[in-house]
Every structure is written in C-alpha cells, then in structure tokens.
Design a protein around this ligand. Structure first.
Ligand SMILES: Nc1ncnc2c1ncn2[C@@H]1O[C@H](COP(=O)(O)OP(=O)(O)OP(=O)(O)O)[C@@H](O)[C@H]1O
Length: 563
C-alpha cells in the first residue's frame, strides 16, 4: 500500500519547521540587541559621555534590527511557499477521498475536508506556527531576567505562568463552543447549498420564508456558539492584556527599587523590562492565535480521519481493454451505509453486441442495480465481472473509461457542452467529442445552440431543456468508446424525435459490439433489446429473450398491468 499522502506532506513540512526554527534561533538571538543597546547606552555612554561610541552602538543596533526584520520576512516567504507545496501535495488526495467518502456516506459532510486544507495551510504559514517556534525561547529570556536579578526573574516567571494559565483556561472555556460553532456552520452551509440547488422550486412553491426560517435557526446556532466563545475569550484576553501591562509597571518599579539599592545598574531597569517583554511575547502570540490553533487542530483531525477511512487505492494490475462481457452472479445491492438489500440474488450475463432491458415497476430496484453494474455501489453479496474480472479489481479511473453511464437525473456539470461530453478530460480531442455527439445523434442539436459546443450550460446543465440535457448526457455516456453502456431511463424527457434518435443509438451501439443495458418503461425502446430482465421488489422475476417476455401474459406485462 502507498504511504498516506497526508503523512508524507506533513513529513515534508517537518523539514520546513526545522528551517523555521533555525530562522527563529537567529531572530531570537537578535532580540538581545535592544536590551544590550540599552545597557550600553545607560551604563556606559551616559557615564563616559562619548558621542562616537553612541553613534557606533546605534549603527550596529540598527544593522542588527534590519537583519532581524529581513530574516522575519524571509521566514514568512519560506513558510508561505511551503504551505503552497503542502496544499499541492494533499489537495488532489483530499478531493478524490471526498468523492469516495461521499459515495460511502452521503450524509457525512466530508466536503468540508476541502475547507480544512485552507485552515491547516493558514495555520502552517501564519503566525501560529511562528509563535510555536518562538515558544522554546521563553525559558532563555527568563533565565536572562534571573541573571539581571533573582527578583526580576521571579516577576517575569510569575507573569509567564499567569499568562500561560490564562491561555489554557481560554482553551478549556472556548473549545466546546468553537467545536459546536464549526459543526453548526457546516450544517448551515450544507443546508443553504442544497436550497440553492433547487431555487426554482423554492420560488415557485413559495418556500422562501420557511426555508429561510430553517436556515436562520442553523445560522443562529453558529452565531450563538461563536459569541459565547468570543465573550469568554475576550474576557480572558483583556485580563491577559492587563496582566502584561501591570507586569511592565511592576518590573520597572522593581528595577528602580533594585537600582536605588544599588543591586543593579540603571541600564538594567530598561533592559530587564525589554527582556521580560520578549519572554512573554510568544505566550501572547499563542493566546492571540488560539482560535486559529483550535480550528487548525480540528482540521488536522478531520483530514487525518478522511485519509484513514479512505486509504490510498492499491496499485492494481492494469487489465487489457475489455470486450465488454458483463456477468452478474447472485448480486445483492444495498445503499451505502445501510444493510438491508434493495436488490437480491440477481444473475445474468450480457455479451458484446447485446442489449438488455431492465424493466419493472417504480421502486423495484432498477436504478440501484444500474448503480451496482457500473461500480458506484459495491455489491453487498455476489459479484459483477467485466470480462471475467470483478469490478473491484479494476483501477477506478480505468474502469470509468470502459463504462458509459447515463443516470436517471442526468447530472451534468457547470461548464461547456464539449467539456461535459468529454467528461472534463483536459486532453480531450475535439474529433472524439464530435464523434460521441454524432453517435448519440445530438450533433445537430448542439450546432443549433448559440455557441455550439462551447455553450455554457450552467449549474447542473440548467440552461438546457430536460430533453437536451438527456441527449448531451447520452453523448457523454458514449464518449471515449466505452465497452459497456448503462442507461437509466434515457428516454424519460425525450420527444418522439429524441426517442427515435435514442433507438437508433442503441442499434448503432449493438452493431459496434458494445454491451448495452438500459432501464426503461417504453415499449419501443425495450423492443430494441435482445433480452429483458424483469425486477419487482428487488427480486428477479424473469430473464430471457425480449420477444418471449413481451408476449401477452408474460412477467413484464403482468408487472405493468399491476403498476
Ligand atoms: N440512496 C438510497 N438510500 C436508501 N434507499 C434507497 C436509495 N436509493 C434508492 N433507495 C430505495 O431503493 C428502492 C429502489 O429504488 P430504485 O431507485 O432502485 O428503484 P427504481 O426501480 O429505479 O424506481 P423508478 O422506476 O421509480 O426509478 C426504493 O425503495 C428506494 O426508496
């Protein structure tokens, strides 16, 4: 099995974290410039009154500070590029896993893993990671405070402990609410997306108010949880800010007292105050970045889960292009995430050049069977074999190229007609697209559209009529010379001319030696098949030559009359 690309990407990022830490070492060493400068100015220059020394010290300090800022700039550029590389390494993997995971658990909302990539990348490239890299420097800065005087050291350490405690309290007090807000936010987005998919029905049936009410309820949950988390976090943040400011006053006061007692030099007062500030800075940053930390950690958890649940597809032997023999044995089909089979014990075989009609009343399980035949749903029992090899033994993408599939509700994508027919393949040849359109008898129809093959069809192909969608979907099904073509009610939206064209397509596909299976209620199309499979309540009621099955009093006629 291939290594998990998420882990690989994180391993690569580890090198970047090491580089960031190396930058941080130099940057933090340069943090000593300001306190050292103060010590020199107050304790040496003011006594010696040497202006030349002051000028040289100032010049050196400015150079060092410029270097420090230059390094910070380079560090952020390195992080940004590494973040982009990290994104590149996992984005494709996440996208394909989201598809697999959604097929397995349609209600699982795995699409949000795509947003998690952004969250994690933002954390890895932003101040969050820098703050973490700076954190190990805190003890060193505190040690220097002790070096000035133990009292200074204790004040700074006490301050760091308080600020840290506040950060942890922040985590505990906001964790649950932030998690709730994320889940509620996903629910609201999911709901609004599905509403927007059906805007026409929403307007026509006056559902706006009720749907808006439902969305508002979900949205309010997000706002309430966020507001609660933000209230708690804001209170702690202002306490933390007060502690920081109070500490500065205390440290200056303590320094002045120690200077009066001649325990430290006057320059040490300012230097100690700067040093304590540096020690507390990473803690402050961590507190400020807490929300981002939490969200990045949740994103990390969800991404790890999806990579764990959907492991890398094992490399499979590439099988030769199939002739198209589809054999189904004792097949049982259940919807993803459910156990009860919708289709039971189906056995039949389709040879190249044959057409099989799948018939039966509504809810008989015809579409469920079609889904299993093209490998969308895995068999709950039994097998589906293409040229003798079970569908699971084929590479998913390779298998898709050997199948043509037209689902009942067509499912076109936002893009041009040409892109839809070519299944969005980047290297699609125009000749192949036109060949598929001609084979599907839709070339002329496309030519009559304002932009021909370049016509944008909108989300779900909404800018086409129902019949046009179905015929473009048929062209997509036959694109790329597939061996097996499965059509689920391909004539549901067709007029007489469209139906005649469809009958011609089935005839042509048979002549070309393709295996054709279609679900239909239309006798004229069923008559194009050599064999018919009759389903009722998920069970095979008959399978045989269409002319026998279409005889009066046969199973199919009985089923239709019962319908
Ligand atoms: N994704 C799903 N999850 C759970 N049950 C499902 C799912 N899809 C379909 N079913 C159920 O499976 C049964 C068969 O549905 P299917 O769509 O396969 O029937 P059909 O024969 O194609 O019907 P029609 O002719 O109306 O399209 C139905 O009872 C339906 O409720």
């Amino acid at each position: 099995m291939k290594a998990n690309p998420f882990r690989q990407a994180l391993a690569t990022y580890r090198t970047i974290i090491v580089a960031t830490m190396s930058f941080s070492i130099v940057i933090n060493v340069l943090m000593f410039v300001s306190p050292l400068y103060m010590l020199q100015v107050y304790d040496r220059v003011l006594h010696s009154r040497n202006e030349m020394t002051l000028m040289m010290l100032t010049l050196i300090a400015l150079t060092m500070l410029a270097l420090c800022n230059l390094l910070e700039w380079i560090r952020s550029r390195v992080l940004m590029r590494a973040g982009m590389r990290f994104d590149e390494m996992i984005a494709t993997g996440v996208f394909s896993r989201v598809i697999t995971s959604t097929l397995r658990h349609p209600q699982g909302r795995s699409e949000f893993a795509l947003m998690d990539i952004d969250r994690l990348r933002e954390f890895l490239t932003g101040y969050g990671l820098v703050a973490l890299c700076d954190l190990p420097w805190m003890p060193i800065f505190l040690a220097v405070c002790f070096f000035f005087h133990p009292l200074i050291g204790f004040i700074a350490t006490g301050g760091a402990v308080i600020v840290f405690t506040l950060a942890i309290a922040n985590e505990f007090m906001t964790k649950k609410e932030l998690f709730r807000a994320t889940i509620a936010g996903q629910g609201a987005i999911h709901f609004s997306n599905s509403t927007l998919m059906n805007v026409e029905v929403v307007r026509a049936l006056g559902m706006e108010d009720s749907l808006c009410g439902r969305w508002n309820a979900l949205h309010r949950k997000v706002i309430e949880s966020q507001a609660l988390a933000s209230d708690r976090s804001a209170a702690l943040l202002s306490i933390s800010r007060f502690v920081r400011m109070g500490l500065q006053t205390i440290i200056l006061g303590a320094g002045a007292y120690l200077a009066l007692e001649a325990a430290i030099s006057p320059g040490s007062i300012i230097a100690a105050s700067i040093m304590m500030g540096r020690a507390l800075q990473p803690v402050d940053q961590v507190v400020g970045q807490w929300k981002q930390f939490v969200s990045a950690r949740q994103a990390y958890g969800r991404l790890s889960k999806i990579f764990l649940e959907v492991p890398e597809e094992q490399r499979k032997l590439s099988l030769p292009t199939p002739s198209g023999t589809l054999s189904v044995e004792q097949l049982a089909v259940a919807a993803p995430g459910t156990k009860a089979p919708l289709v039971h014990s189906v056995t039949f075989r389709v040879n190249p050049g044959e057409a099989v009609a799948i018939v039966g009343p509504s809810g008989a399980g015809k579409s469920s069977l079609a889904r299993a035949l093209v490998g969308i749903w895995s068999p709950a029992a039994g097998t589906v074999r293409l040229d003798g090899s079970e569908l699971q033994h084929w590479e998913t993408d390779a298998l898709g190229q050997h199948f043509g599939y037209l689902p009942q509700n067509v499912e076109l994508f936002s893009g041009t007609i040409a892109e839809n027919i070519s299944r969005f393949q980047e290297a699609a040849k125009p000749e192949a697209i036109i060949e598929a359109a001609k084979l599907a008898r839709v070339h002329q129809l496309i030519q009559n559209l304002p932009d021909g093959y370049d016509t944008q069809i909108g989300v779900g192909g909404r800018q086409l009529s129902g019949g046009q969608r179905q015929r473009v979907g048929l062209a997509r099904a036959v694109y790329g010379n597939p061996s097996v073509i499965v059509l689920d009610e391909p004539n549901a939206n067709l007029d007489d001319e469209g139906e005649e064209a469809l009958n011609q397509v089935v005839l042509a596909l048979k002549t070309m030696g393709k295996s054709v299976l279609f679900v239909s209620h239309k006798m004229s199309l069923i008559a194009m098949s050599g064999k018919t499979l009759v389903l009722a309540q998920g069970r095979m009621q008959g399978y045989g030559a269409t002319r026998d099955i279409l005889q009066p009093k046969s199973a199919v006629t009985a089923i239709h009359s019962a319908d």
